[in-house]
Design a protein around this ligand. Structure first.
Ligand SMILES: Cc1cc2nc3c(=O)[nH]c(=O)nc-3n(C[C@H](O)[C@H](O)[C@H](O)COP(=O)(O)O)c2cc1C
Ligand code: SF4
Length: 438
């Protein structure tokens, strides 16, 4: 294991993670001792429009994967329309490899609760929801207890801190479907329907929850709001890059010595993150990795110095996504890894549109054939052709994301596919998995 050099350690910028290691960090007492709810007091003295402007000025971009500018999204909510407005926090965190929202809610739930109150005040919402993944029982328990503590202290409910502002906050557990992280499927699920994406336009900003103006934001996005209110837009922009401002929680998993969450200014590189994480596991050399979860195109060892911000990763041909860096070594097989991800997308496809429902089904079968040593050269063309018919033709991002590892692994690791097809690599799957595959 390597020890990080002081200049690399200085890359850590703990803002959202700064309280995580404090004793009882999840209790309101600890939170209040460490600046907690000071931002709320400051925010409630400001005009809601000024808060929206502050978030615009900070350059904060959504932490849920797409990186949409948060202040702009809040500004889309029509004001004076006489309709109820809603804030919905997307705490579904289903993207394989992603592990930043659940630890945040487990260790520092009040950071999210405080952000929810400020954001709701800014968009003039009197009701907010946190939609949390059903399996995340421990995080949901912590969150519910934090919400209760906030009610007891007068930070939630009627006439918050005697300002006349009212807000009810509900924590809703989903049933554990990846598609319910897609914001419109999430809204359907929250309304009690089967979670499937909605046709857009109209967008949630005007026709969201119960057909009313709604902001849907990721946990990390909303938890960034209190520090911005306290520290100001310039302080936030002093971290990160010009177009990707602020710190980001990068979650490292796989063949790395110390997997976990590393919060750094955006633009840090994988080389630096690996150094912070103690390097690769002994005996392993980096071969491929995802910069932002399994829906983002794979990168290879040659991309170690790509700046991990929205623009840097895009320029390298991938997507920053959820900053879930999954690290694979020379002992891992990119064909098999891609197959396992495809199994996931096939299983999680909601079935609403044909390209994703049928395309993922067929691609899984082709992969099984290749991995069982019965693939053909034509199979590689079939895979690329199928991806071509899914990407940009699916109803939502799940279909597009499913193609990422297929096309990128074929781009960087075609030889691995050929080694299975031409018999140089021993089959990884038995022929039993091939029922009906031909
Ligand atoms: C299949 C799919 C799954 C998604 N899962 C999540 C998720 O678990 N959490 C999340 O915040 N965003 C997820 N998103 C993105 C959301 O649709 C949406 O862009 C995000 O919640 C907006 O918040 P932000 O602007 O704060 O990033 C997913 C998108 C797709 C297509
Ligand atoms: S792309 Fe997949 S998940 Fe999205 S609507 Fe179509 S079938 Fe459902």
């Amino acid at each position: 294991m390597t020890t990080p050099r002081p200049e690399t350690l200085a890359k850590l910028t703990p803002v959202l993670t700064k309280r995580w290691l404090s004793p009882d960090a999840w209790r309101i007492g600890t939170y209040e001792q460490l600046d907690g709810y000071a931002a709320l007091r400051k925010a409630l003295k400001a005009h809601p429009d000024d808060l929206i402007q502050l978030i615009k000025d900070s350059g904060l971009r959504g932490r849920g994967g797409a990186g949409f500018p948060t202040g702009l999204k809040w500004g889309f909510i029509p004001q004076g329309d006489g309709k109820p407005h809603y804030l919905v926090v997307n705490a579904d965190e289903g993207e394989p490899g992603t592990c930043k929202d659940l630890p945040l809610m487990t260790h520092d739930p009040h950071a999210l609760v405080e952000g929810v109150i400020i954001a709701s005040y800014a968009i003039r919402a009197n009701r907010a929801y946190i939609y949390i993944r059903g399996e995340a029982v421990h995080a949901a328990r912590r969150l519910r207890s934090a919400v209760q503590e906030a009610y007891d202290k007068g930070y939630l409910g009627r006439n918050i801190l005697r300002t006349g502002y009212d807000l009810e906050l509900v924590v809703h557990s989903g049933a554990g479907a990846y598609i319910c992280g897609e914001e419109t499927a999430l809204l359907d699920s929250l309304e009690g329907f089967r979670g499937q994406p909605r046709l857009r336009p109209p967008f949630p900003a005007t026709h969201g929850l119960y057909a009313s103006p709604t902001v849907v934001n990721n946990v990390g996005t909303i938890a960034s709001v209190p520090p911005i209110v306290l520290g100001g837009a310039d302080w936030w922009k002093s971290m990160g890059t010009e177009k990707s401002s602020g710190p980001m929680i990068y979650s490292l998993s796989g063949r790395v010595a110390n997997p976990g969450q590393y919060e750094c200014s955006m633009g840090v590189t994988l080389r630096e993150l690996l150094e912070l994480a103690g390097g690769m596991q002994p005996g392993h050399n980096l071969r491929f990795w995802t910069p932002g979860g399994s829906s983002t195109p794979l990168l290879a060892a040659e991309h170690l110095d790509v700046p991990l911000d929205f623009e840097g990763v895009a320029a390298a041909g991938s997507i920053l996504g959820t900053t879930a860096t999954q690290i694979f070594s020379d002992q891992d097989c990119p064909v098999y890894a891609t197959y396992r991800w495809l199994e996931f997308y096939h299983h999680e496809s909601c079935g609403k549109c044909t390209p994703c429902r049928e395309g993922n089904y067929w691609m899984v079968r082709v992969y099984r054939r290749i991995l069982a040593g019965q693939g053909t050269h034509e199979d590689l063309d079939t895979l690329l052709d199928t991806c071509d018919n899914i990407l940009g033709r699916s109803f939502c991002g799940l279909g597009d994301g499913a193609t990422s590892s297929v096309t990128s692994s074929l781009k960087y690791f075609k030889q691995d596919y050929l080694d299975y097809i031409e018999g140089r690599t021993a089959p990884k799957l038995s022929e039993k998995t091939l029922v009906g595959a031909h």
